[in-house]
Design a protein around this ligand. Structure first.
Ligand code: B3K
Ligand code: ZN
Length: 855
C-alpha cells in the first residue's frame, strides 16, 4: 500500500465552495445525490479527482449534461476532465448503511442511521475531494420513513421540514459555516431529546439537545450539565462563544471510538453520554464530562480553525485534550486530575514512544491515517501545549490563542501556524521548541544534586538524552521546562520557593546559594515536562518528599518512585525491604490534612505494566509476584489502618460530591489492600458491599476485588451482576472486562469461554474491547507462558479485520512490544504477528501496524 508523506503536501487543484446533498434514506439502500460547485484553484490543466471508497456512480452530469467521455474511474476515485474555471458536478450513488460493518461513512446502529466521517469516511458516502483543506458550505436534504425515522438531523440550522407521500418526511439543513468533509454528519432515528438552553456571553440563546432512546432520557442529566459548563468555561477561559442556534448530541451504541465533533451535531459513543449512579462509576461520570467538553471545545479548536492535512492532527487534538484536561481540573480536584492524566500518559503513550510504532506528535508519513489517532498525537500533544502554557504563562498563552483563532478563523491551519501565533503574541523565541513536534521518543533527564555545607551552596546538574526511535537514530536536545524546588531535610522549608528551569541544551548546571542544610530535590513538579527523570534520590529522600512536598503531584510522584524502586529491586533480587514503602503509605493514609481522593491515588502501587516499562526485559510473572508480595505486606502490616479507612469512608446514601467521590475511591482502594492481606472475612465484606451498593462505583469496585479470588462470594456476585444488568449493554461490558482483568490462573480459560458467550459480538466495538482490550491490558494473563493470550489476540485481530479494520488495527500494539520480553515470549509473539501479516486480504490498517511492529 502507498505511503503518504507530509513533505508531499500540495494545495488542492479544485475547491468546492458549495455542495448540496440529497439523501433518500433507507437502511438497505440509500440514494445519495450530490451537487458540487467546483472552482479551479490556480492555473493548471489537471482533472478533478473525487475520492470514492466502494462507490459506483449511477449517474454523473457536468453542468447538467451527461458526458461519459469526460469522466473515468481511477481505483475507487472518479476523475473528471473539466475545461472551465467553475462547474457544477452532480453524481448519484446508492449505498447500504446496514451492510456497513466498518462503522465509517453512513451506517446503521440499533435501528438508527448515523455517520462517521473523520478521517476519510465521507468518501464512503459520496464522491468528493475528501481532504480537510477543502471547506464547503453544505445544504442537506434528508428524506426517510417517518415512523421508523421521526428524527432527521444534520449540521447547521433546520431550514424546512414536512411530510411527503407514502409515509415519508423530509428535513432541509443548512450550515452557514464552511467545513471540511470530515465534520459532516447526519442522523435519522427514533430518539427523544433532553432539551435545555444556554445563553451565550453576547446574549444569544442556544437550544441544546441530547438525543437518546426514550428509556435512557433519565441518564442524560450529567452530560447536559457538562455541556453547559463547557460552554461557559470556553467563554471565560478562552473568550470563545458558540456560534449557531442549536447544538445536538446523539448517542450511538456502535461506535469506533469515543465521540465525534461534527459541526453542531456531535455523535457520541453512548458510553460517553449515559450516566446514572446505578449504572455508571464515578470514573464513568468523569469520562462523560471530559468527552462532552472535549467535543464541544473542538467547535473552535478543530472546526472554526481546522487542520490543513492529517499530519496536523495534533493541532486540533493535542490542543483540545489540553483544553478538556484544564476544564476537568477546574471542575474538580486539579491535583487528582493531574495524577490521573499522567498515569494515563505513562500507561499508553510512554510505551508507544519506546516501541516500534513510535512517531512524533506531527508524524512524517503514514499508510493509514486512522492508525495515527494515538496517545502520542492526543496526550503527548496535550503535554506539548501544556509546556507552552508553562513557559509563556497564562496571559501570554491566552494572547497566543487569541491571535491563532483570529488569524486562522474559517481556514485550515498547520501546527506551525499555531507555534508562530504563540511566538508572535508572546515574543518568546520558540525555534528550538519546535523539536517537540518533529522528534519522537521520551527524553530522559538525569538530575544530580550535590551540597557543600561549608559554603551553603547546592549544585544541580541536569543532563538530557532523547532515545533513538524508528527512522530517527539521532536526536537534538529539546527545550525542557522543569519546575523544581529544594527542601531542607531538617527544617522541611523550601529554599527560595519553586522556580522554572529551562534545560535547553544537553547539560545545564544550576547553583543555589544560601542552602544551609542538606537539600532534597523536588523536580518536574506538576509533571511540567513529559520526560523520565533519573535521579539518585534515596528511599529516605523520597519518603521525605511524599510526606512534606507542598506540590501534591510531586508528593504522589515521590511515593510512586519509592514504590517503583522497591518493586524493581525486588524483581531483580527476588526480595526487597518493604519497610520504607509501608511507612510512607501509613503516613499518607493517616494524614488528617489529606483528602480521601488524593490518598486513594497516592497509596496505589504502580501498575504491573508500568513496572515492566522500567526494565530492559520484562518478566510479567516475576513482576506480578513482587507486586503481590508488597500488596500483601501492606495489607497485613497496615490491616487496622485499612479497616479504619474503609469504615470511615462508608456513606449512608449516595451523594455526587467531591468528598463522597473521594470516600468511595478510598473505600475501594482500602478493600483491595484488605483482600491482599488474605484475611478470611474479606470476601464476605466485599460481597456485603456489592449487595448493599446503591451505586456502580461500590458495586463494580467490590466485583473487581472479588474477581481475583476463589470464593463462593465471587461466583455469586458475577451471576447476580449478570442477572441484574443483562439488558444494559454498557454495564454488561463491565461484566466482561472485570472477568478478563482477573489475575486468577483460570482467567485465560474464562476469556476463551466468554468469547463464545451469546452476549459477545465482534460487531460492537465496546463489547469487543471489553473482552479483548481488557485481556491485553492484563499483563500477567496476556503474557502467560503458554502463548495462549497472544494466539487469542491474533485470532481476534484477523476476525475483526474482515468487519472493521480500524478497530482491528487498534488491537495490535500489545503484540508489537515483543522485543521487551524474554526469548520464549518474543518467539511466540512474533509468530503471531507473522501469521497475521501472511494472511491474504489484510486491510492496510492492520498491515501497517503489524509490518511496522515486526521491523
Ligand atoms: N476527532 C474524533 C476522532 C476521530 C477518530 C477517527 N479515527 C474524536 C475526537 O478526538 O474528538
Ligand atoms: Zn478530539
Amino acid at each position: 500500500p502507498p505511503v503518504i508523506r507530509r513533505e508531499e503536501y500540495r494545495a488542492p487543484d479544485w475547491l468546492v465552495p458549495e455542495v448540496e446533498l440529497d439523501f433518500a434514506l433507507d437502511p438497505a439502500a440509500t440514494r445519495v445525490t450530490a451537487r458540487l460547485h467546483v472552482t479551479r484553484n490556480g492555473t493548471h490543466h489537471r482533472p478533478l479527482r473525487l475520492n470514492g471508497d466502494g462507490l459506483t456512480a449511477l449517474s454523473v452530469t457536468i453542468d447538467g449534461a451527461d458526458d461519459d467521455e469526460a469522466w473515468r474511474m481511477a481505483g475507487g476515485d472518479l476523475m473528471i476532465d473539466l475545461t472551465g474555471a467553475t462547474h457544477v458536478i452532480e453524481t448519484v450513488v446508492e449505498i447500504s448503511p446496514q451492510a456497513n460493518t466498518q462503522l465509517m461513512g453512513l451506517y446503521a446502529s440499533t435501528g438508527m442511521l448515523c455517520t462517521q466521517c473523520e478521517p476519510e469516511g465521507f468518501r464512503r458516502i459520496t464522491f468528493f475531494p475528501d481532504r480537510p483543506d477543502i471547506l464547503s458550505r453544505y445544504a442537506v436534504r434528508l428524506e426517510a420513513n417517518k415512523v421508523r425515522f421521526p428524527v432527521l438531523l444534520s449540521n447547521g440550522d433546520l431550514e424546512e421540514s414536512g411530510d411527503l407521500e407514502g409515509g415519508r418526511h423530509f428535513a432541509r439543513w443548512v450550515d452557514p459555516f464552511p467545513k471540511p468533509t470530515y465534520l459532516f454528519a447526519l442522523v435519522a432515528a427514533d430518539l427523544k431529546a433532553n432539551v435545555d438552553h444556554f445563553a451565550t456571553m453576547s446574549g444569544r440563546e442556544v437550544k441544546l439537545a441530547i438525543w437518546v432512546a426514550e428509556a435512557d432520557l433519565p441518564k442524560t442529566g450529567h452530560a447536559m450539565a457538562a455541556l453547559k459548563a463547557s460552554m461557559a468555561w470556553d467563554e471565560k477561559v478562552y473568550g470563545r462563544e458558540y456560534d449557531l442556534g442549536e447544538f445536538n448530541i446523539v448517542a450511538v451504541a456502535d461506535f469506533n471510538f469515543g465521540a465525534m465533533e461534527n459541526k453542531s451535531l456531535n455523535i457520541f459513543n453512548s458510553r460517553y453520554v449515559l450516566a446514572d449512579p446505578e449504572t455508571a462509576t464515578d470514573a464513568d461520570f468523569d469520562a462523560v464530562a471530559g468527552v462532552v467538553a472535549h467535543e464541544y471545545f473542538h467547535n473552535w479548536s478543530g472546526n472554526r480553525v481546522t487542520c490543513r492535512d492529517w499530519f496536523q492532527l495534533s493541532l486540533k487534538e493535542g490542543f483540545t485534550v489540553f483544553r478538556d484536561q484544564a476544564f476537568s481540573a477546574d471542575q474538580g480536584s486539579p491535583a487528582v486530575k493531574r495524577i490521573e492524566d499522567v498515569r494515563g500518559l505513562r500507561a499508553a503513550q510512554f510505551p508507544e514512544d519506546s516501541g516500534p510504532l513510535a512517531h512524533p506528535i506531527r508524524p512524517e508519513s503514514y499508510i493509514e491515517i486512522s492508525n495515527f489517532y494515538t496517545a502520542t498525537v492526543y496526550n503527548k500533544g496535550a503535554e506539548v501545549i501544556r509546556m507552552l502554557h508553562t513557559m509563556l504563562g497564562p496571559q501570554r498563552f491566552r494572547a497566543g490563542t487569541d491571535l491563532y483563532f483570529t488569524r486562522h478563523d474559517g481556514t485550515a491551519a498547520t501546527c506551525e501556524d499555531f507555534v508562530l501565533a504563540m511566538e508572535e503574541a508572546s515574543g518568546v523565541d520558540l525555534s528550538r521548541f519546535r523539536l517537540w513536534y518533529s522528534q519522537a521518543g521520551t527524553p530522559r533527564v538525569k538530575a544530580t544534586l550535590t551540597h557543600e555545607a561549608a559554603s551553603g551552596r547546592a549544585h544541580l546538574t541536569l543532563e538530557q538524552s532523547v532515545p533513538a526511535t524508528p527512522g530517527q537514530p539521532d536526536k537534538a536536545p529539546m527545550p525542557i521546562p522543569l519546575r523544581l524546588d529544594l527542601f531542607g531535610e531538617k527544617t522541611q522549608r523550601s529554599f527560595g520557593g519553586e522556580r522554572l528551569v529551562m534545560l535547553e541544551d544537553e547539560r545545564l548546571d544550576v547553583t543555589f546559594e544560601g542552602v544551609g542544610e542538606r537539600p532534597v530535590l523536588s523536580i518536574n513538579r506538576g509533571f511540567s515536562a513529559p520526560v523520565i527523570i533519573e535521579s539518585d534520590r534515596s528511599a529516605a529522600d523520597l519518603a521525605f518528599l511524599s510526606a512534606h512536598d507542598d506540590d501534591p503531584f510531586a508528593r504522589y510522584e515521590a511515593m510512586q518512585q519509592l514504590m517503583l524502586d522497591t518493586l524493581v529491586g525486588s524483581v531483580a533480587n527476588g526480595k526487597a525491604d518493604h519497610g520504607p514503602v509501608i511507612e510512607a503509605v501509613q503516613r499518607t493514609l493517616t494524614d488528617p490534612m489529606l483528602d480521601s481522593a488524593f490518598i486513594g491515588e497516592a497509596v496505589l502501587l504502580p501498575s504491573e505494566g508500568f513496572i515492566g516499562d522500567q526494565m530492559l526485559i520484562v518478566d510479567p510473572q516475576a513482576i506480578h509476584q513482587a507486586r503481590e508480595a508488597l500488596r500483601r505486606d501492606l495489607g497485613t502490616t497496615l490491616a487496622d489502618a485499612w479497616r479504619d479507612a474503609y469504615d470511615r469512608s462508608r456513606a449512608n446514601r449516595f451523594e455526587q460530591t467531591p468528598q463522597a467521590k473521594g470516600a468511595r475511591r478510598l473505600r475501594n482502594v482500602s478493600l483491595g489492600f484488605m483482600m491482599a492481606s488474605k484475611a478470611t472475612d474479606v470476601p464476605g465484606i466485599a460481597k456485603a458491599q456489592f449487595d448493599a451498593a446503591d451505586n456502580m462505583t461500590d458495586r463494580q469496585g467490590a466485583l473487581g476485588i472479588l474477581s481475583n479470588v476463589y470464593a463462593p462470594e465471587r461466583d455469586a456476585a458475577f451471576s447476580d451482576f449478570y442477572a441484574r444488568y443483562r439488558d444494559n449493554g454498557l454495564v454488561l461490558d463491565k461484566w466482561f472486562t472485570t472477568q478478563a482483568l482477573s489475575v486468577r490462573p483460570d482467567t485465560m480459560d474464562q476469556v476463551i469461554d466468554l468469547a463464545d458467550h451469546p452476549d459477545f459480538t465482534l460487531n460492537n466495538p465496546n463489547r469487543l474491547r471489553s473482552l479483548v482490550g481488557a485481556l491485553s491490558a492484563n499483563q500477567l494473563v496476556f503474557h502467560d507462558p503458554s502463548g495462549r493470550g497472544y494466539r487469542f489476540l491474533a485470532d481476534m485481530v484477523l476476525a475483526v479485520d474482515k468487519l472493521n479494520p480500524q478497530t482491528a488495527a487498534k488491537l495490535v500494539p500489545p503484540l508489537g512490544r515483543w522485543r521487551r520480553f524474554g526469548e520464549a515470549a518474543q518467539t511466540a509473539m512474533r509468530a503471531e504477528l507473522e501469521r497475521i501479516v501472511a494472511t491474504p486480504g489484510l486491510s492496510k490498517d492492520v498491515f501497517e501496524q503489524v509490518s511496522k511492529s515486526l521491523v
